[in-house]
Design a protein around this ligand. Structure first.
Ligand code: MHO
Length: 249
């Protein structure tokens, strides 16, 4: 009895050890076997001459991918804004709203283009909780002018009242790591591939390549960009497959 009990314990230990070794092997294989080892083309010589746009339009996962897929968008990040609570978190949001922030190259994409995406990607007339409010945070007078004008045009087109609030940008709290480039994180191998290029979460979030990949796996953006993301043939093929599966054309 004693003996078989300890035999049982030993085989449990062995199983656990095998499992850990297997996971270690698998997680190693799931990252750097998909990359070229070079910094992605699209991330070299990134312009520092960017402007920032900040929008709230419902759950921030979708807009992160959508804006990230757009040519001229250099960086995206998701977070919380609009409220007064200090250091909000996803589980303790207080009076804040899920928000996406975009750094864009104004030579390649205009604030007006971004506003078009904002209006087209959500219904600004529905009633919402504070977490999912529809808001535009303007960063300067020029953005305010465009935002106010576009809201007016939207109101003329829609039956219901456009509930979008237009307010001056003040503070943005970066959301937890697992919310950043969320669509990409659902594709574990691709996510670890990019984490192997950018182990530091700050570099990962700020990478244009990662922003585009996040768009492509949700079927958004121009699939030809796949050649500039630092992936080898196998990595590119994985992206192409996810792009198609997500309805990308
Ligand atoms: N789609 C999610 C919302 C998450 S978003 C970060 C859900 O259905 O709970 O708010």
């Amino acid at each position: 009895m004693k003996l078989s009990e300890s035999g049982f314990l030993i085989s449990i230990k062995r199983l656990t050890l095998n499992f850990i070794l297997m996971m270690a092997w698998f997680s190693k294989k799931s990252g750097d076997d998909l990359v070229t080892g070079e910094i992605p083309d699209i991330d070299s010589n990134v312009t520092k001459d960017t402007k920032t746009a900040t929008f709230s339009m419902g759950c921030f996962w979708g807009p992160d991918a959508l804006f990230g897929s757009k040519e001229g968008v250099v960086k995206t990040r998701v977070g919380y804004a609009g409220g007064t609570k200090q250091n909000p978190t996803y589980r303790s949001l207080g009076d804040h709203t899920e928000t996406v922030q975009i750094d864009y190259d104004p030579e390649k994409v205009t604030y007006s283009d971004l506003l078009d995406i904002f209006w087209n990607d959500h219904d600004p007339t529905t009633r919402r909780t504070t977490q999912y409010m529809t808001m535009i945070f303007y960063h300067d007078g020029e953005q305010k002018k465009f935002a106010v004008k576009s809201k007016k045009q939207m109101q003329e087109r829609l039956d219901g009242e456009v509930k979008t609030e237009i307010v001056k940008y003040s503070k943005f709290y970066l959301a937890e790591d697992y919310h950043q480039k969320y669509q990409l994180s659902r594709s574990r191998r691709l996510y670890s591939a990019f984490k192997s290029i950018y182990p530091d979460i700050k570099d990962f979030v700020d990478s244009t390549a990662v922003a585009r990949a996040n768009g492509l796996v949700s079927g958004k953006g121009d699939i030809d960009i796949v050649d500039k993301l630092g992936l080898n043939e196998e990595g590119k093929e994985l992206i192409r497959k996810s792009f198609k599966r997500a309805g990308g054309v």
